[in-house]
Design a protein around this ligand. Structure first.
Ligand SMILES: [Zn+2]
Length: 211
């Protein structure tokens, strides 16, 4: 597996370049900005981007999409339920005083059970609404890793005060989807450090009553 982590964009989102080390095919998850640096990192890996995937469509996760798409020609993949949020990115940015570059229309809408492929590397799609209605998690069983966006972070959970957010729905997503993954699964979040499913089940105060 190839895996590179970069902090990008105005709010320091974790952007992940992940894929197959044999064929050098990768997907880029959440290019929140710094598209040129992301592209340079991909080139240094001698890799080819075969997809740009958003865990959800909050503006800080997607400010590099347009430029990265122009540089790589890769298709954009977004959770099917995230369409209204994706249409609101300009307004989202205005609330933070940030001009968000226009996001091109996705080539593919993702739903529960879909698989995103980069060569022989596969990411299984889980719908995990609550932080945003179309939030998705991307799970690779072979390497025991999951990319969860802003649903679950080390010691905390995602905010639910944005449009379409819900604390009940978020906790249900964590309990019925993420917490069914093996304890050793490494969790890569949209913000902050890596954790594991087992560590969060044990220590996360926000999900304590739900394990
Ligand atoms: Zn978010």
């Amino acid at each position: 597996m190839l895996l590179q982590i970069m902090q990008v964009g105005p709010l320091g989102v974790n952007c992940y370049i992940v894929g197959d080390d044999a064929t050098r095919q990768v997907v880029v998850i959440d290019p929140g900005g710094h598209a040129r640096q992301i592209n340079t990192t991909v080139e240094n890996l001698r890799a080819r981007v075969c997809g740009i995937v958003l865990t959800h469509a909050h503006f800080d996760h997607l400010m590099g999409v347009e430029a990265l798409k122009r540089a790589t020609g890769a298709p954009l993949l977004v959770g099917a339920q995230e369409k209204p949020v994706l249409e609101s990115v300009e307004r989202q940015g205005e609330m933070f005083g940030i001009a968000v570059p226009p996001v091109p229309d996705p080539e593919r809408w993702l739903s529960e059970g879909d698989v995103v492929e980069a060569g022989n590397f596969k990411l299984q799609v889980y719908e995990v609404p609550g932080h945003s209605p179309g939030s998705i998690a991307l799970y690779n069983a072979d390497n025991a890793i999951v990319f969860v966006g802003d649903v679950l972070m080390r010691g905390t959970i995602g905010r639910t005060d944005f449009p379409g957010g819900s604390p009940e729905v978020l906790l249900r997503s964590i309990r019925t989807k993420l917490y069914t993954l093996p304890d050793a699964t490494q969790v890569y979040s949209g913000h902050g450090p890596m954790t594991t499913i087992g560590e969060e089940k044990l220590l996360n105060p926000f999900t304590k009553n739900y394990v």
